[in-house]
Design a protein around this ligand. Structure first.
Ligand SMILES: NC(=O)c1ccc[n+]([C@@H]2O[C@H](COP(=O)([O-])OP(=O)(O)OC[C@H]3O[C@@H](n4cnc5c(N)ncnc54)[C@H](O)[C@@H]3O)[C@@H](O)[C@H]2O)c1
Length: 327
């Protein structure tokens, strides 16, 4: 039996790319997700690859179910991504806390009881508010206080992970990406740049709801970072920023236009900048877990355009009422 990784929330964007990477390495992803929509996986996997994934449909807020599923998976490494994004936490903070905080506690508790090797979980750059660090990249110790419930929930998870190491010796890594982009990214405000590419490929207008500069991480790199930490992080309760490339949203649109001439005319940029430092210093991650790739923004955009064009040519969006309409 091949090695197995328990991956929560892997019907989502980052998780789908993690499942893809694990399959490429010949290991089995056991996907725990409350959803049943496999379209993000279908969009990036070869048609015959889906059969090698084990799916468990379940709610991360149900502690008994999480523990049962983790035990049945036989996995020694856990990658925890299940969560709801900023708009959901803003609209319903109680639900946000249940899924993002209690759900994460459920994962750690199950990992503790079952003695797994390590939990790698999605924190977020939203734990860092704007501080008085000047214009330089902000490390894990810099920045100000979070400005959203979502950011506080993610920060709480970092604290709880630390306590699990102190009390029980359960090792973990929390990764803090900012704006992940790539095929499958369709939820949350920072999904807008990816949504803009998809709309442009389909010849439709799209308005990106934020402006200014931010830290763009290509989704395949984010997936590599999660798996590398699951495989190679030293013991301890680590929290690492994940840096991609810092750029203005208008420059992002310019690169989309280079890859897809005319796209600029379809994409509008408006709204306030994201209230998170736009340049993250991830030297701690690079030092501690070397070898995580960092795709230049231009190359990541070219690849994303290529993939969306290929999906369009495959007739992915031919039926606008299908569940794929939103991907
Ligand atoms: N995408 C980014 O730019 C970004 C940046 C920082 C942090 N993160 C964090 O990374 C993680 C993954 O992000 P993503 O963009 O892939 O998110 P996503 O929204 O695409 O996927 C989240 C997945 O979690 C699942 N989920 C939600 N509630 C659940 C529940 N109660 N039980 C079980 N599954 C549940 C959803 O069905 C979905 O498949 C999230 O925790 C997110 O907060 C993402």
């Amino acid at each position: 039996m091949s090695e197995r990784y328990f991956v929560t929330g892997a019907l989502g964007c980052i998780g789908a790319w993690i499942a893809r990477l694990l399959l490429e390495r010949g290991v089995t992803p056991v996907v725990f997700d409350q959803g049943s929509d496999r379209s993000r996986l279908e969009a990036i996997l070869a048609p015959d690859a889906m059969g090698a994934i084990e799916f468990v449909e379940g709610d991360i807020t149900d502690s008994a179910m999480v523990q049962r599923a983790l035990a049945a998976s036989g996995a020694r490494r856990v990658i925890h991504l299940a969560g709801v994004q900023v708009p959901t936490c803003r609209a319903n903070p109680t639900l946000g806390a249940m899924v993002n905080v209690v759900g994460t506690l459920n994962v750690f508790e199950a990992a503790r009881v079952l003695g797994v090797e390590r939990v790698v979980y999605a924190s977020s750059a939203a734990v860092i508010g704007l501080g008085d660090d000047g214009n330089g990249p902000v490390s894990e110790r810099g920045g100000g206080e979070p400005t959203t419930h979502y950011g506080w929930f993610k920060r709480t998870n970092e604290g709880n992970a630390r306590v699990y190491y102190l009390d029980c010796g359960l090792s973990s890594v929390g990764l803090r990406p900012l704006a992940v982009y790539g095929v499958g990214r369709d939820t949350g405000v920072t999904s807008d740049p990816t949504e803009a590419i998809r709309h442009a490929v389909l010849g439709r207008p799209f308005g990106i709801r934020f402006s200014g500069e931010t830290d763009f991480v290509y989704v395949a790199d984010a997936a590599e970072a999660f798996v590398a930490c699951a495989d190679r992080a030293p013991d301890g309760a680590h929290v690492f920023n994940l840096h991609g490339e810092t750029a203005q949203v208008t420059d992002f649109v310019g690169l989309v236009d280079e890859a897809l001439p005319g796209a600029r005319d379809l994409i509008d940029v408006g709204g306030a900048p994201i209230p998170i430092p736009s340049a993250l210093d991830d030297s701690a991650l690079r030092r501690t877990v070397p070898g995580v790739p960092s795709t230049p923004l231009r190359a990541g955009i070219v690849e994303t355009v290529r993939r969306f064009v290929e999906l369009k040519e495959r007739g992915w969006w031919a039926d606008p009422t299908s569940r794929r309409a939103g991907l």
